[in-house]
Design a protein around this ligand. Structure first.
Ligand SMILES: [Zn+2]
Length: 291
């Protein structure tokens, strides 16, 4: 469980989607690997690099001096601070004491400093990203995870679905790194399905880790669509209630937790909600928010 917490917010940026598209190329371009360790500790990173920093509690933004992020650090701090406040209010959680956001101008610099490959990395309450004129990871996805973790650890469907859904709600291009830049969630899901079948409720809700899915992109898109459906069909208060109940440690099984959360929060079984969601997906209109 603690390993899940440590790795949880790294799922999207670190691995399955960005890595599938970009990391192999970056690794091929920059094969030098003199760094032997890996750290996301802000104090360790700040001690050896040259950063511009700005703070507004609880956020601390650190940008590699001379980078695009350094030039725009005030606006980065302002937009993310506002987004994090919205996220914490939406979830009715108390923010952690501090959240560190560290920006690098490119992947080689990020790798040299952190020992971690990829364009983004989230661990605990630290988010590490590459930001330049052509690369920008989802601005709010990792912050959504951090806010959500103040409730507790959730099954992958709720955890990743909420992060994608709410990031789109906040105005980020939440599907850009999934191969659907500017895409609406339901439209992109339908496009990805191409007439095929989505995951059955018992498959999606049972995922302990989004990376366990055989079609990771489908799992992200369908999870976001389902979370959006719950929010729009039953309201924010019900979504909060579902998330709180799904975060409970007992039962441990993700499918049971998801079923019980929906039953106690909206009075319907998971399969009932999935069936209602499916019929909405099949309709032409798409009421989910996009950027
Ligand atoms: Zn994620």
């Amino acid at each position: 469980m603690s390993r899940r917490l440590e790795l949880g917010i790294s799922y999207m940026c670190q691995l399955y989607v960005l890595a599938a598209f970009l990391v192999p190329l970056l690794v091929a371009w920059f094969p030098a690997a003199s760094f032997s360790g890996q750290t996301s500790d802000p104090q360790a990173l700040l001690a050896v690099g040259d950063y511009v920093s700005r703070s507004r509690a609880p956020l601390r933004v650190h940008a590699w001096r001379g980078s695009v992020a350094a030039a725009g650090i005030d606006s980065i701090l302002a937009s993310r601070h506002q987004a994090f406040a919205v996220l914490c209010n939406l979830l009715e959680v108390t923010p952690p004491d501090s959240v560190n956001l560290i920006f690098y101008p490119d992947e080689p610099t990020k790798f040299t400093q952190t020992g971690h490959r990829g364009l983004g990395w989230g661990v605990g309450t630290t988010v590490i990203e590459v930001l330049n004129d052509s690369i920008q990871v989802d601005s709010y996805h990792e912050l959504a995870h951090i806010a959500l973790y103040q409730i507790g650890l959730l099954p992958a469907m709720w955890d990743e679905g909420f992060a994608v859904y709410v990031s789109a709600l906040l105005g980020a291009d939440a599907l850009r790194n999934f191969g659907y830049p500017g895409g609406r969630i339901d439209d992109s899901l339908r496009d990805h399905l191409a007439g095929g079948e989505p995951y059955a409720w018992c498959e999606l809700a049972a995922l302990e880790d989004i990376g366990d899915a055989t079609d990771v992109l489908l799992a992200y898109l369908q999870s976001a669509s389902l979370v959006g459906f719950v929010a729009e069909e039953y309201g924010d208060e019900s979504l909060r209630d579902v998330l709180r109940n799904a975060a409970k440690r007992s039962p441990r099984d993700a499918l049971e937790r998801s079923n019980e959360a929906l039953l106690s929060s909206v009075g319907r079984s998971g399969l009932d909600v999935w069936t209602l969601w499916r019929s909405r997906l099949d309709r032409a209109s798409d009421r989910l928010p996009t950027k």
